[in-house]
Design a protein around this ligand. Structure first.
Ligand code: SF4
Length: 337
């Protein structure tokens, strides 16, 4: 029997039905079967789900988030030492399927949850701006942390709504919207905001093909990034994780050349680079849940509840890419994990 197409079913919390964002998403899928539920966790957290199979035709769950509208920054990101750093979870899971993604180990379900009560997120953020630990610096909020919002913009225009929320809050709030999508056109009509960073996560073409399933290829992402730069947005370049694929040095050299053939170095805000790292529990879950991928069977180092490269490998990978970038960007603009 063929798989049902993705989003053939919309599971909608009764409480979510009245929210404008829920209505807009339901209108976007007039042919999908609507299933009313009382709590998204009934569907999302159901035991014994098959992540691998669900990913082939994931379904959409519309829900109202009740708490935890912001989380403190994670030790796994480059800005973990910033006391004003937070992230939020507007949507759980992602339309892409990167082999190295921790979400497949964090959640038992591959279905996508969209929280529709944006005003509650905005209210919590406004409160957090007032309460931030270092008021001389803006609250720094990553809104596309556990997902790829721009890839999903045509379904749920989260990025647009957050950019609108940022307007007039310059100096108090700085948001990062990280993406692998080529979908800058979804925001092209908006005026660039100094409180918004658009961050493109790019990889060499061979990494895109081998490990970043469903995401656009290297050049499509670079083109989208270039369009954002030309439109006047603050753009961050992210090369993370740097993966030691065959002939990785050539691959990353070509990638950096391709970026700067297209984009003037001085027009980028900064660059974030890093290597594969993952919570050990998530890593274990992925080995159980997904089809085997070579990444999960190489000699990793396990320390402090984290699976990552040895110190030497990590320094080798980040040092090489850092050197490539430092011929184009000032040292202080390159943040490394
Ligand atoms: S784009 Fe990011 S969130 Fe989405 S699957 Fe890839 S790593 Fe995970």
């Amino acid at each position: 029997m063929p798989w049902a197409p993705s989003f053939s079913h919309l599971y909608v919390e009764k409480e979510a039905l009245g929210y404008p964002l829920a209505k807009a998403i339901m209108e976007r899928f007039p042919n999908s079967e609507l299933v009313q539920i009382s709590d998204y966790k009934e569907v999302f957290n159901r035991p014994k789900q098959n992540f691998e199979q669900q990913k082939k035709s994931s379904q959409l769950i519309l829900a109202v988030k009740k708490d935890h509208f912001l989380y403190d920054g994670s030790r796994f990101v480059q800005d973990h030492d910033n006391p004003n750093f937070h992230y939020n979870a507007l949507s759980l899971n992602c339309v892409y399927d990167c082999s190295y993604c921790y979400l497949q180990g964090m959640y038992g379900s591959a279905n996508q949850v969209c929280f529709v009560n944006l005003d509650d997120f905005f209210a919590a953020t406004t409160e957090a701006i007032v309460q931030r630990r270092k008021p001389e610096h803006p609250l720094y909020l990553c809104i596309s942390y556990d997902t790829d919002l721009l890839a999903f913009e045509s379904v749920a225009p989260y990025s647009r709504k957050w950019i609108e929320y940022c307007t007039g809050r310059e100096g108090d709030l700085l948001i990062e919207i990280r993406t692998k999508s080529a979908n800058f056109s979804a925001l092209a009509d908006l005026k660039p905001q100094s409180g918004v960073i658009l961050a493109w996560s790019i990889s060499p073409e061979k990494v895109c093909r081998q490990y970043e399933h469903r995401a656009p290829g290297q050049n499509a992402r670079i083109k989208a990034m270039s369009a954002a730069v030309q439109a006047g947005w603050q753009v961050r370049l992210c090369i993370d994780p740097i993966l030691p694929v065959n002939e990785w040095k050539d691959a990353y050299r070509e990638l950096v050349d391709s970026v700067f053939n297209e984009i003037e170095p001085g027009s980028l805000l900064d660059a974030h680079i890093g290597v594969f790292r993952m919570n050990t529990g998530f890593f274990r879950n992925i080995r159980k849940r997904r089809q085997p991928v070579d990444l999960y069977y190489r000699p990793w180092q396990r320390a402090n509840d984290t699976v990552t490269h040895s110190q030497e490998e990590r320094a080798n990978l980040t040092g090489f890419v850092r050197n490539l970038l430092s011929t184009k960007l000032p040292e202080g603009c390159i943040r490394t994990w």
